[in-house]
Design a protein around this ligand. Structure first.
Ligand code: SF4
Ligand code: SF4
Ligand code: FES
Length: 481
């Protein structure tokens, strides 16, 4: 044993892993995906599906890779005739009752039953004459439907609710081929993190009502992003179809959110598709806002800033990227400067089975980033200062109750009919989080990148681009923070 590591071979490939590693995890390091259903790295091991049977030299019979820990010199073979035949039998038994309704199943294209049957299942069935079991679809909770006919009884959902959410409302009811997932008669699947059962379900048995029939899996483009629902900074994937965000799913990050996201974050995407966007720069001409091009709009802002002196106030959103926040501060560096942000607060909702993971009370992704850059939480004071400032810059805060006697510049993506920012001298259209690339700092001080998932509408540009152009025009591009 070298350096406390365990050495073994998997399908002929040597690997070294820490003691206590499961064979199924060691296999991943050898580039081998052992087929599995009940195993999930974020849940306690159950060993109930028998899909991960492999041959281990010197063991008297096949072993389940998800519940066997590695030992020094172990030789694991996943592709021998006995192990493949055993897994084929498991698949054949699962398909006796599975409805084969892939053409209308939301999971088709990302279904582990489809994948493993395609990979190593039998060509046909030997149980064709048996009628399939039928149970009606059940409404489990605000966003979860249960389709029992598709359930393969892996118990991932039961273990998540029991061991991770610590709200044991699901169970395996009945026995044998009559078994199904039951819900406590007086309970709903309405825990703030309950939606994770949909992601955990390896087949189309637990479905999101929100995503139901919205898209086929192969129509989706996937982009790495960061949730904007609170300051936890959960890593997510934005699924887009035809440049519309249609689904948010967790992206594993063991340091931040492990494999999970909360339901608030899961649903916090519809605003990214808003149609009532500001699509062109607007400048005030003869008392009215008129659409113009970027050159004229940027010239107008540069002229305002060159001609003003004294105090400036930046009222910014804690949902803006750190890049935009840093550039906004730099743009006003020639003034006596005040910058502030306001955060919407909500109820904190921890996920009890995972330390330091919660829907945070602060419902903004980058309050920490704004604070690190010198923006204050004293928004009321900044609003007061804005009344007499020479220049007020509002960044991505459409509900800002600003009153300004000096010049008012608004960078935003939307503008309500009665919004105070309608009185701005210049309005610059910016991209939202799904339309740009940037950095957020989460509540623990972790800087995390997010990426562009869809194009910005019309002439809108990332705020960091707009502010970068302005700082360059004013000769401030080389300033350090
Ligand atoms: S509903 Fe899905 S996750 Fe739950 S036991 Fe059935 S197949 Fe597994
Ligand atoms: S905990 Fe916060 S960051 Fe994570 S998914 Fe929920 S809202 Fe998003
Ligand atoms: S994945 Fe190993 S028994 Fe289910």
């Amino acid at each position: 044993m070298a350096d406390g590591m365990i050495n073994l071979t998997i399908d002929g490939a040597p690997v070294s892993v820490p003691p206590g590693t499961l064979v199924i995890e060691a296999a991943k390091q050898a580039g081998v995906l052992v087929p599995h259903y009940c195993y999930h790295p974020g849940l306690p091991v159950a060993g109930v599906c028998r899909m991960c049977l492999v041959e281990i030299e010197k063991a008297p019979k096949l072993q389940i890779a998800c519940a066997t820990t590695v030992t020094e010199g172990m030789v694991v073979k996943t592709q021998t005739a006995p192990s493949k035949s055993a897994r084929q039998s498991v698949l054949e038994l699962l398909l006796i009752n599975h409805p084969l309704d892939c053409p209308i199943c939301d999971q088709a294209g990302e279904c582990e039953l489809q994948d493993f049957v395609f990979q190593e299942g039998r060509d046909g069935t030997r149980y064709g004459e048996y009628a399939k079991r039928f149970n009606p679809v059940e409404d489990f909770g605000p966003d979860v439907l249960y389709v029992p006919n598709r359930c393969i009884l892996c118990t991932r959902c039961v273990r998540f609710m029991e061991d991770v959410a610590k709200e044991p409302v699901l169970n395996v009811s009945e026995r044998g081929d009559r078994a199904f997932i039951g819900i406590h008669p007086e309970a709903r699947l309405d825990h703030p993190w309950a939606g994770n059962v949909v992601d955990l379900c390896p087949v189309g048995s637990l479905l999101s009502k929100d995503f139901l029939h919205k898209a086929r899996a192969w129509e989706l483009d996937k982009t790495a992003s960061i949730c904007t629902g609170c300051s936890q900074g959960c890593n997510i994937t934005l699924d887009t179809r035809d440049e519309v965000v249609v689904r948010v799913r967790p992206r594993p990050n063991l340091e931040v959110n492990r494999y999970f996201i909360c339901d608030h974050g899961r649903m916090h995407y519809k605003w990214m598709n808003r149609g009532d966007r500001i699509e062109a720069p607007l400048i005030r001409r003869d008392g009215e806002l008129k659409a113009t091009d970027w050159d004229e709009a940027l010239d107008r802002v540069a002229g305002i800033l060159r001609g003003a002196s004294g105090t400036a106030v930046a009222l910014v959103s804690p949902g803006a990227s750190s890049e935009a926040l840093a550039l906004a501060k730099r743009l006003l560096s020639g003034f006596s400067w005040t910058g502030a942000f306001q955060v919407v607060m909500g109820e904190e909702a921890p996920l009890p089975g995972v330390p330091n993971l919660a829907l945070r009370a602060e419902r903004a992704p980058n309050a920490k980033g704004a604070e690190n850059l010198g923006y204050s939480r004293d928004y009321a004071r900044a609003l007061e200062a804005a009344k007499t400032a020479a220049v007020v810059l509002v960044l991505d805060d459409p509900d800002c109750a600003v009153e300004a006697s000096g010049a008012l510049i608004y960078l935003g993506s939307v503008l309500g009919a009665d919004a105070p920012c309608r009185r701005a001298d210049v309005i610059l259209p910016i991209a939202n989080v799904a339309e740009e690339e940037g950095t957020f700092t989460n509540c623990d001080g972790r800087d995390q990148r997010y990426y562009q998932a869809k194009p910005a509408p019309g002439m809108a540009q990332p705020a960091a681009w707009v502010l970068g152009e302005l700082t360059a025009a004013l000769g401030l591009a080389e300033l350090t923070r």
